[in-house]
Design a protein around this ligand. Structure first.
Ligand SMILES: N[C@@H]1[C@@H](O)[C@H](O)[C@@H](COP(=O)(O)O)O[C@@H]1O
Length: 266
């Protein structure tokens, strides 16, 4: 695991967007060999998407040969609903860049049983970007979800419904109570996972992800097993970590990752 700590959300969002642009460009995607990108919704990635749009407009990246798979979607509201994840993705990213609509995938009641197969047909996900819930859930894999789960329907916990009420004018009753979501294993099967978290509200989840034991109680902890897992967090999100942990990761990252260091010497 790499843990990148930046001062604030502006900086974490920039780091992640620059990283994604670099990964897409280094991959040199083509029609026959697209870059397969897993994507989240939520307030955490919003500025990442704004930066990606900006980089696209400046000609630094193209999404023409990028295939996307979103991680989740509410059940019970139409895709046209302003708070559907479908609407979110078009508003913040898809409508501003050159991705062909046929290359966009969002889970739904219609396609969820085939979702993991669809991903497999593209050769798997190259990079899965994700956020994390305050209770440590990734996508909508709430506490107690199987760490080997695949795409399915999940009931949302009260904590998540309350947390997401902010997008529904604070009305808890308006928040859908279930969702289609990729599984923990769907995320963990990606060749690389990049997680972005900011704010004090994510501090406990970040602590569990970095210092906790692997447990279905905090589904994010499953990513500790991942060979290429990068967490990008702001200062506030590190507040529950041990001083020693923060110092350790700051020290190794201040020199660049060991891989970057070795490559730069070649
Ligand atoms: N299903 C989404 C998750 O994918 C997201 O990571 C989480 C955190 O959202 P936010 O980034 O708004 O804090 O919220 C929702 O529950």
């Amino acid at each position: 695991m790499r843990l990148i700590i930046r001062d604030d959300k502006r900086q974490t969002s920039l780091w992640v967007a620059e990283y994604i642009v670099r990964r897409i460009n280094d991959f040199r995607p083509s029609k026959d060999r697209p870059f397969v990108l897993g994507l989240p919704t939520g307030s955490s990635p919003e500025q990442v998407y704004a930066n990606l749009v900006d980089f696209y407009k400046k000609g630094k990246v193209s999404f023409k040969h990028v295939v996307t798979f979103n991680m989740d979607e509410y059940v019970g509201i139409p895709t046209s609903h302003p708070q559907s994840y479908h609407s979110f993705m078009f508003k913040h990213l898809f409508q501003h860049v050159d991705i062909p609509p046929s290359q966009i995938h969002i889970p739904s009641l219609e396609n969820y049983k085939d979702y993991d197969n669809m991903i497999a047909k593209y050769g798997g996900i190259e990079l899965f970007l994700c956020g994390v819930g305050s209770d440590g859930h990734i996508a909508f894999n709430e506490p107690g979800s199987s760490l080997s789960s695949k795409t399915r329907i999940k009931t949302l916990t009260k904590e998540t419904v309350i947390a997401n009420a902010r997008f529904f004018d604070g009305d808890v009753n308006a928040v859908p109570k279930s969702a289609v979501t990729v599984g923990v294993k769907t995320v963990a099967d990606a060749r690389e996972v990049v997680l972005i978290a900011d704010g004090r509200g994510k501090a406990e989840a970040v602590k569990q992800a970095v210092e906790g034991s692997i447990s279905h109680t905090w589904t994010v902890t499953a990513l500790q097993m991942h060979p290429r897992f990068i967490m990008v967090v702001d200062d506030a999100a590190t507040e529950e970590l041990k001083v020693k942990t923060v110092k350790y990761f700051r020290d190794i990252e201040s020199e660049g990752s060991s891989e970057d260091k070795i490559k730069s010497k070649l």
